[in-house]
Design a protein around this ligand. Structure first.
Ligand code: FMN
Length: 187
């Protein structure tokens, strides 16, 4: 049966490389993965006082409800200063509360990363994985995808036209489909 997958891009910029690779991922993924992009740019910064008062911002509630209803979560992120971008960390924090109601608990997660640099966003990718372990989310160990020199892999139309990269993304998506199938029912 098809699995609903939330696809989160860790970058907010409109020309994001990671969004372009996420778009390519959707194109090459097997049909059993039904992706839906979930935006994180409108999430107010996490402040526990608002949860404690029972007055969470509507954007937090919508984000939590959306992610609670999916079978898995895929994340495509850059690295900022050798960590994940603040917007993505904020989204992870928002999803992790109120205490005891984390949307990440037992939710299958997969992470890919891309950078204009050679290291392919490795540190940002690992930073997300670190959080997921703490949050008891089964995060797919491999295949690992760190896309370096990302802008060189795009065609003039801004799309990912590099066949090797598309094959890597297809392999990742196939593995992620199996990962979600194995782990989804435990959520
Ligand atoms: C605040 C900031 C910090 C960055 N730090 C890193 C870094 O640590 N390592 C790296 O490879 N690239 C770094 N970059 C460059 C990003 O990899 C590059 O801007 C990339 O295109 C961002 O992803 P996006 O295209 O999806 O927005 C940084 C960029 C910004 C804006």
């Amino acid at each position: 049966m098809a699995k609903k997958i939330a696809l989160i891009v860790g970058s907010l910029r409109k020309d994001s490389l990671n969004r372009k690779f996420a778009n390519a991922l959707v194109e090459v993924a097997p049909p059993e993965l039904q992706f839906e992009f979930v935006d994180i740019g409108d999430l107010p910064l996490y402040n526990q006082d608002l949860d404690d008062a029972g007055t969470p911002p509507a954007a937090w509630t919508a984000f939590r409800d959306k992610l609670r209803g999916v079978d898995g979560i895929a994340i495509a992120t850059p690295e900022y200063n050798r960590a994940m971008p603040g917007a993505l960390k904020n989204a992870i924090d928002v999803g992790s509360r109120p205490w005891g109601k984390s949307i990440w608990n037992a939710k299958p997660v997969g992470v890919i990363s891309a950078s204009i640099g050679a290291v392919g966003g490795f540190a940002g990718n690992m930073n997300v994985r670190q959080c997921m372990v703490t949050l008891n989310a089964p995060v797919m160990p491999g295949p690992e995808v760190y896309i370096g020199n990302g802008s060189a892999l795009l065609g003039e139309d801004g799309k990912v036209n590099n066949e090797k990269t598309r094959a890597v993304l297809a392999g990742w998506a196939k593995a992620f489909a199996a990962w979600v199938e194995t782990n989804a029912s435990k959520g």
